[in-house]
Design a protein around this ligand. Structure first.
Ligand code: FAD
Length: 232
């Protein structure tokens, strides 16, 4: 491990419990990384001992700052919530194997809640490459659909990118024309027409990403065309 000092350049309050932290090294640069990579963030804990967690890069490597989309949960995220713009923290990475496969003809991204983070980077890469892709993003309420406006705009600007947001718990906002309920194989088949010839990238809880990955393989999608990043 090789931790380096980074500076918090921007903090975006996405919702009550989700923030995007945009970082750069002390001299302003960002490291080389690929869409889907994760990094270790480290801060001193309340007892003074170093405390670290893993976070997927939400930014695309071409963006000037290294961003993380983080949900407030337990001990480490409470430390992050104390940070202000201009503060420092330690970062190590990139790491991970949840990376785009070069030979995909069409990609389907499926994320639960803050699982959108690494997928955002992968979607920007796929759209930049001019490949066809879709995003199925589910959240308990509308507020859990982080980056909704950006993904909607991207889908309006690129015919090859289809966006299917879904609200699984709360009542949808007035005029909602997205999906309701959890993403399953039946919904995927209905919206995509067919599962054949597509590569699937899933990110979220074990329950969501693990179960859906198994269901896709059971429905006939080749195992090597189903990639998942489960966070426990
Ligand atoms: C490769 C990878 C990428 C990831 N990317 C992201 C990302 O992009 N965004 C993101 O938000 N997260 C991401 N995570 C998850 C992240 O690493 C942390 O696990 C998460 O932020 C929670 O850390 P925490 O210290 O705040 O919570 P923790 O203190 O570790 O707690 C985690 C959960 O356990 C519960 N808990 C805590 N203490 C107890 C207890 N004593 N008894 C019972 N339950 C308890 C908490 O309520 C919480 O629900 C990623 C994880 C991995 C492995």
């Amino acid at each position: 491990m090789k931790f380096e000092q980074y500076v918090v350049k921007e903090i975006v309050h996405e919702s009550e419990e989700v923030r995007t932290f945009r970082l750069a090294k002390q001299e302003g640069s960002v490291p080389d990384y690929k869409p889907g990579h994760f990094f270790l963030l480290r801060l001193p804990g309340e007892d003074g001992k170093p405390c670290q967690r893993s976070y997927s890069a939400a930014s695309h490597p071409s963006e000037p700052l290294l961003s993380f989309c983080i949900k407030l949960k337990g001990s480490f995220t409470h430390l992050l919530w104390n940070l202000k713009e201009g503060d420092s923290l330690e970062v190590d990475g990139p790491y991970g194997t949840f990376l785009l496969l070069p030979d995909d003809s069409e990609r389907v991204f499926i994320g639960g809640g803050v699982g959108i983070s690494g997928l955002r980077s992968q979607i920007l890469e796929t759209v930049n490459e001019g490949r066809v892709c879709s995003l199925f993003h589910s959240g308990h309420g509308f507020g859990n659909l982080t980056y909704f406006n950006e993904m909607k705009k991207l889908s309006e600007e690129h015919d090859g990118f289809k966006f299917f947001p879904s609200i699984t718990g709360d009542d949808p906002p007035p005029g909602w024309d997205g999906l309701a309920g959890r993403i399953n194989v039946q919904i995927l088949q209905e919206k995509l027409g067919s599962l054949a010839g597509k590569a699937f990238y899933l990110c979220g809880s074990k329950e969501m990403a693990g179960e859906l990955a198994a269901a896709l393989i059971a429905a006939g999608v080749p195992r090597e065309k189903v990639k998942k990043d489960e966070w426990g």
